[in-house]
Design a protein around this ligand. Sequence first.
Ligand code: JBZ
Length: 260
Amino acid sequence: MNENTYTFDLLTLFPALFDGLRSESLLGKALQSGALDLQTHNWRQWTTDRHNTVDDLPFGGGPGMVLKPDPIVACLRELRPQRDPRTPVVLLSPAGRLFRQDLAEQWAQGPGLILLCGRYEGFDARVEQHVDQVVSIGDYVLNGGEVAAMAIIEAVARLLPGVIGNSASLTEESHSSGLLEHPHYTRPREFEGAAVPEVLLSGNHAEIDRWRRRQSLLRTKLRRPELLQGLTIDKKDRAWLDAEWAQLQTAAAGQGGDRD
Ligand code: JBZ
């Protein structure tokens, strides 16, 4: 730990869920090097009743339990003065704004991140008065914010200096170009009857770059067409893409069912 250390603080009722993250791979190494720090805070420790109650019935009725505001806010009140005041406090909720690469890049500028992980039906709404942002990792149902927090930790941590060490493979990856990545191949040259595209064996790097760029465009049009909106595509690439698309449509019409 030093003045450049990036600190993730996780407020969670299940701190053991983060044990794996601590010990594995790049993140584990970054923690050891002091580039990163990851601290869990079980806010059950800030309860004041005999039974250490963290949840209660929802006012207005309905199913499930709601997380009481007082213990988590007490936990936050103790933690915040120990951190750089610019540290964002983020509540993970399915009702949050979508977490995207641009937010990861912003948060990677530092100095750290305080993440609040809910469980049950979520926090009493008044907890939002104490946070800077409410964020969701995507449109699917989780049982709690911990897995969402882990996704955010990975997305942010790999952008920090001293965590990946390979900035070329960072910038070329999916989403930094706004397109999906092209397909990758390695040995063997033929696998279960499928050959590696000849162009990748040609040694012609201009041709390889063009092929990859066009495969990125095609994949994006197939799987994430909304990402192409507002993107300027080179005239020749556009012509190639339209022709390829038309050919795929013809082939699909012959085959019937859905394909990706
Ligand atoms: C998230 C109750 O706690 C939850 C439940 C679902 C959920 C989160 C927290 S955060 N989903 C997401 O990021 O999508």
